[in-house]
Design a protein around this ligand. Structure first.
Ligand SMILES: Cc1cc2nc3c(=O)[nH]c(=O)nc-3n(C[C@H](O)[C@H](O)[C@H](O)COP(=O)(O)OP(=O)(O)OC[C@H]3O[C@@H](n4cnc5c(N)ncnc54)[C@H](O)[C@@H]3O)c2cc1C
Length: 452
């Protein structure tokens, strides 16, 4: 094992050479200890439902699990109960509090963050019990979608044509999060929050998450679900390649004058920006405007009425006038690729494993795909009792390589193609859209890839 972190897993064996079970602290400048994990206070760190086991190593006690997950975002929260169903004891930590907010949220307010959840992700959430309980009046179905190029080319999709109930489901972050927290707690996942991950150490047989307050969780598999700036990834020595798009996604939600009839819109703009409207329940739409950074700063500084007027006009008043119902928020956009999703006793899922442009609304869907694949591999582990066995991690990485690469390639190509200002490229991309629209089988193929 190098000082920079454990090596990427290979099938030759799980043991880093020459370490003989001694523990090393890796990353964030901590000292190496051969004496085992330091003393931890396990109060408040007890596994719920008898999931983990306490042990003593030369005095101090540590809580053991089969799997410890860093990061209770939507992806970490979904993989945890899926792994309990695979017969594993699971702990989950997050630096932020993990609570169930009111569900359905009290009052009339709407969350600024909305997600387009693909039918494939909805089926996965259903399989872990986190879909059916979502309040129907906080979800909208995308039944049709209209995509416009910057010189008027058109591309359209319809759920009916594809034999689907919806192209996607639009769900509030807080509503989905509340349901996932409920499911994780009911499954017996040991949730330790708010605990900020401070360091990771490995022995040949386990990894240990050390939290800033001294809590330590040891597990045979550590899952990094801790987002784009993953500390687990860094400690595992996996260096991402990151490229900024020079764009910031501005999100906000609006009441609209005319009904949207379950339609989503996307406009590729001539400055390389992408404006998307997604239907919300009632006469409301959710906006994601991926705008060049400078324009995004202007949009974020606008008073709500001016922002609503600008968004309505940029979307050609497709649903009439707009009225802001949430504050706006901005997210800088970048492509992030990692050379591997696995390392010694480590698997990465969600944004820790891949960052994509939101123009296809697929980031969290990719993450749910990771969660589903990892749970399926660990459920089918057969005689292997060790969830961190290299063979299993390799199997997970192989399953995810193609879908992740495909989504990164499609979103990145579209973002670059529509970011180019050359008149030839403009003409070609709009021509391409028109041709695609006239080829139903090609359109269906494209749409089916996004439904998974
Ligand atoms: C504007 C915008 C719109 C989008 N729309 C869509 C969409 O419609 N559909 C879609 O599929 N995707 C969409 N995405 C992508 C989606 O937001 C992400 O892919 C998704 O949120 C990633 O979830 P995650 O759980 O992997 O990571 P995160 O949501 O980043 O969660 C990481 C968690 O780890 C915790 N954490 C981090 N560091 C530490 C630490 N050191 N110690 C302890 N805890 C830690 C954090 O507190 C957090 O809870 C969109 C993205 C943007 C920017």
């Amino acid at each position: 094992m190098s000082a920079a972190g454990p090596p990427a897993v290979d099938n030759e064996g799980a043991r880093p050479p020459g370490e003989g079970g001694a523990e090393r602290r890796i990353g964030w400048g901590h000292t190496v200890s051969a004496a085992g994990p330091r003393a931890v206070d396990n109060e408040g760190a007890r596994p719920l439902g008898g999931g983990g086991a306490e042990r003593r190593i030369g005095g101090p006690s540590v809580t053991d699990y089969d799997v410890a997950i860093a990061g209770a975002g939507l992806v970490g929260l979904s993989v945890a109960p899926a792994l309990v169903r695979a017969g594993l004891s699971v702990a989950l930590i997050d630096r932020a509090d993990v609570r169930m907010p009111d569900s359905p949220p009290a009052g009339e307010g709407w969350d600024t963050r909305m997600y387009a959840i693909s039918p494939g992700s909805a089926a996965f959430l259903e399989s872990i019990g986190a879909w059916r309980g979502l309040p129907a009046d906080r979800i909208a179905a995308v039944e049709t979608m209209r995509v416009e190029g910057d010189t008027g080319a058109l591309l359209s999709f319809s759920a009916y044509e594809l034999g689907e109930r919806a192209l996607a489901w639009i769900v509030e972050e807080r509503t989905l999060r509340a349901e996932l927290v409920r499911v994780a707690k009911a499954a017996g996942v040991a949730i330790h929050a708010p605990y900020a991950l401070d360091a990771l150490t490995w022995t040949p047989d386990a990894g240990t998450l050390h939290c800033a307050d001294g809590t330590a969780l040891t597990a045979r598999l550590i899952i990094g679900a801790d987002g784009l700036r993953s500390r687990v990834r860094e400690a595992a020595g996996i260096a991402p390649v990151t490229r900024s798009y020079g764009q910031t996604a501005v999100v906000a939600n609006f009441n609209c004058e005319h009904p949207h009839r379950g339609r989503a819109w996307q406009w590729f703009l001539d400055d390389g920006g992408v404006l998307a409207w997604l239907p919300l329940p009632g006469r409301r739409v959710s906006m994601v405007w991926s705008a060049p950074d400078r324009e995004a700063r202007e949009l974020l500084a606008l008073p709500p009425e001016d922002l609503a007027a600008r968004v309505a006009s940029c979307g050609r008043r497709a649903v009439g006038a707009l009225e802001s119902i949430t504050p706006s928020a901005g997210f800088p956009l970048q492509l992030q690729k990692v050379p591997t999703m696995i390392a010694h006793r480590v698997a990465l899922v969600g944004d820790a494993a891949h960052g994509v442009h939101p123009l296809a609304g697929q980031g969290v869907n990719l993450g749910f795909g990771d969660a589903e694949a990892l749970a399926a591999v660990l459920r089918g582990r057969g005689p292997l009792t060790d969830p961190g066995a290299p063979l299993l991690l390799e199997r997970f990485a192989r399953r995810r390589a193609a879908p992740v690469l495909a989504m990164q390639t499609v979103t990145d190509t579209l973002a670059r193609l529509f970011g180019a200002t050359s008149p030839w490229i403009r003409a070609a991309r709009n021509f391409g859209m028109t041709v695609l629209d006239g080829l139903p089988p090609a359109r269906r193929f494209l749409a089916h890839s996004a439904l998974r």
